[in-house]
Design a protein around this ligand. Sequence first.
Ligand code: FES
Ligand code: FE2
Length: 377
Amino acid sequence: MNKPMAGLLNSNDIIDRVFEHIDNGTTDLGETVWKEPVDHYDSRLRFDQEIALLRRRPVVFCPSALIPEAGSFVSRTAAGTPLLVVRDNDLQVRAFINACRHRGMKVASGEGCTRTFSCPYHGWTYNLDGSLRGVPGAAAFPGLEQETAGLKELFAVEKGGLVYVQQEGTPQLETLDTALDFFEPSQQVFHQSHTIDEANWKLLTETLLEGYHIKSLHRESFYPFGLDNVNVVESFGQNSRVVYPFKRIEKLRSMPRDEWAIEGFATLVYHLFPNVSVAVLSKHTSVTIIEPLSPSRTQMFSYFVKHSANKGVEISLEEAIRDVDFVNQSGQEEDRAAARDIQETVTTSANSHLTFGYYEKAIVSFHQQLHRELGDA
Ligand code: FES
Ligand SMILES: [Fe+2]
């Protein structure tokens, strides 16, 4: 946390607040108990409204570092739309619907680096700026205007080391006013994972946003290292940050304040409304896009970006991979399993709603924002 970030506590203030909580047996508290109707985790109507929301605002697509050079591209579905995001020859990021203008085949798959996109079906080719480059047997398409038969372009912008794509409507740039600088251009994506769970995207999001379950759910995984229900929870714009301190933060008490740094002593989870989390650990930062596939099915695209150095000491790839394995193999699967379990109960008559208390402040704020955006009463 070299640069203090607008509106959020700096490293030393976070550490002071954590010590205060440890000493008093307290944690940051919300002011509202929230009741979210269970059918919002299972309803097609609600799902369609949420997809519409995800299409009408800039949503994180991937870290900029995933497409570092001209021709680097990533294709995947976002909010139900197959997208192709590419860095063009001028190093501008562009987003297109990944659909050939002949008969709609996807022109790219997966990710990579290329000079042109060639549709696998009949070989129409496109330039990196989306323009139509060539049509085999073009004489069979009289009246085809090359100028208007390029890939359908969407709004894309880079900010703070992340690529955002907005699929519909005029660009809602004001939602990026609170975008933070997460990455330097020199950082690299060294690993990624794409998991699918039978759970609503909001259930998976909720697992990331409170520390009230550390001891109970993560007894053998995170709890040996992490403090239970000691968190610093802040809002910025529609987003939140939750700090999860490690037990070893106690070591800082005997160190001079000017040598304090939160790195290595806590995990910082940023929730970028609505469906993205950025988790800053000591050796890497992960960016996870929580992509709704259906009301009860979600794909999580996680991209892991290596930190260059910690306090001037270079971080090796091996260290960063160990960092990732620790989180993945232990606690994260427990969170996903919890979300899958809850999905099975939201369709029963047990609860009319799920309840979020004062310890679940960041989740309450997430639902408040979502209700506001979807025009709920
Ligand atoms: S669908 Fe792409 S070339 Fe025919
Ligand atoms: Fe968890």
